[in-house]
Design a binder for this molecule. Structure first.
Ligand code: NAP
Ligand code: ZN
Ligand code: ZN
Length: 351
């Protein structure tokens, strides 16, 4: 075991603060990583505030991790000391069920082990995430990061990137399709970039008038202010596919109505309370309403390689570790442009 500093929530209503964590020494298949950057996902906030009612305290959030390999176990061949690597939302799964064998570890039939707030499969306790100086992860859940990209701006790809890339690929979004992205936050801005890169006609829906210019700059062909009923009415029945990345409760039927016959709305945003669906929104045009969870390890690597080839990264605002509460407050005001990333050099050396 070795110790390192992390930042933890100790209760749903407590401010995050430094703690000392024990990390295991790397076993034969493990990679020990010195964390350079960690993105701040809205899920970190949901989890730290126990909005999903399953948080185990103390909770060290963070699942958009980029760092350098510090040590490797004897059986590790794919990674070497000094390599730039990433870790996303998962650190283990059963590896044996159909989903795992198919490369969809996020849908593991025994449940994947989340990077934080999860129970280790070997009985080593609760997992602690990337708001920390170091992490030890089995090589099967470590990703290679393309060298030519800015490592800080790569960090958000490990969750926001794959969570939007995966459904856009699964539903085969591409040329000739009119695609809506709802909410210009961490996930949404990656959704806009990927949908554009895949050749679709991209329309961003935002509640924030001050994000219109950014939406266009990031790749949307059009931006619709969702609070304008006339603008929404003009989009009725015009979409093949919509990706909804909104973190709060909102009227989902207003977006289902925008789909054409046989169109699909995929929900990736995970608000605390249910989103009521009117069946008439679905049955009138045989529309589908679905969900999607992050992405498997093979697809995450594919996404990182795609980003390397196409020079795609997140738009980031770098923060110090002790600014995390301000970052959460701004996130709740939809004031994120478009992902906070923690510079881990700012983590205190001791708690
Ligand atoms: P974020 O950066 O805070 O962005 C959320 C965006 O939603 C905001 O920027 C805002 O965009 C819009 N929004 C917020 N409140 C709204 C409201 N009341 N009505 C309408 N729009 C609102 O969050 P994120 O990190 O992208 O995460 C988004 C959600 O996805 C979270 O719930 C998170 O837990 C979830 N998530 C799911 C997965 C998955 O695997 N499915 C993975 C990661 C995260 P505008 O200003 O443009 O309106
Ligand atoms: Zn996330
Ligand atoms: Zn499995």
């Amino acid at each position: 075991m070795f110790s390192c500093t992390g930042y933890a929530a100790t209760a749903a209503d407590a401010r995050l603060g430094p703690i000392t964590l024990d990390r295991r020494d790397p076993g034969p298949d493990d990679v020990q990583i010195d964390i350079l950057y960690c993105g701040v996902c809205h899920s970190d906030l949901h989890q730290a505030r126990d909005e999903w009612h399953n948080t185990i305290f103390p909770c060290v959030p963070g699942h958009e991790i980029v760092g350098r390999v510090a040590r490797v176990g004897a059986s590790v061949t794919r990674f070497h000391t000094g390599d730039l690597v990433g870790v996303g939302c998962m650190v283990d799964s059963c590896r044996d069920c159909k989903s795992c064998r198919d490369g969809f570890e996020q849908y593991c039939e025994q449940g994947f082990v989340p990077t934080y707030n999860g129970e280790d499969r070997q009985g080593r306790g609760i997992t602690f995430g990337g708001y920390s100086r170091a992490i030890v992860v089995d090589q099967a859940f470590v990703l290679k990061v393309p060298d030519k990209l800015d490592p800080a701006a790569v960090a958000p790809l490990l969750c926001a990137g794959i969570t939007t890339y995966s459904p856009l690929r699964h539903w085969k979004v591409g040329p000739g399709q009119r695609v809506g992205i709802v909410g210009l936050g961490g996930l949404g801005h990656m959704g806009v970039k990927f949908a554009r890169a895949f050749g679709a006609e991209v329309v961003l829906f935002t509640t924030s008038a001050d994000k219109v210019a950014d939406g266009l700059r990031l790749g949307a062909h059009e931006v619709v202010l969702s609070k304008d009923p006339d603008a929404m009415a003009r989009e009725h029945g015009r979409f093949d596919f919509i990706l909804d990345a909104v973190a709060a409760n909102h009227d989902i039927n207003a977006y289902l109505e925008l789909l054409r016959r046989d169109g699909t709305l995929v929900q990736v945003g995970a608000p605390e309370t249910p989103l009521p669906v009117s069946v008439f929104s679905l049955l009138m045009k045989r529309r589908s309403f679905s969900g999607s969870l992050i992405g498997g390890i093979p697809e995450t690597q594919e996404m990182l390689d795609f980003c390397g080839e196409h020079n795609i990264t997140a738009e980031i605002e770098m923060i110090c570790m002790d600014q995390i509460e301000d970052a959460y407050t701004r996130m709740l005001r939809s004031d994120v442009k478009y992902r906070f990333v923690i510079d881990m050099a700012s983590m205190p050396a001791t708690a």
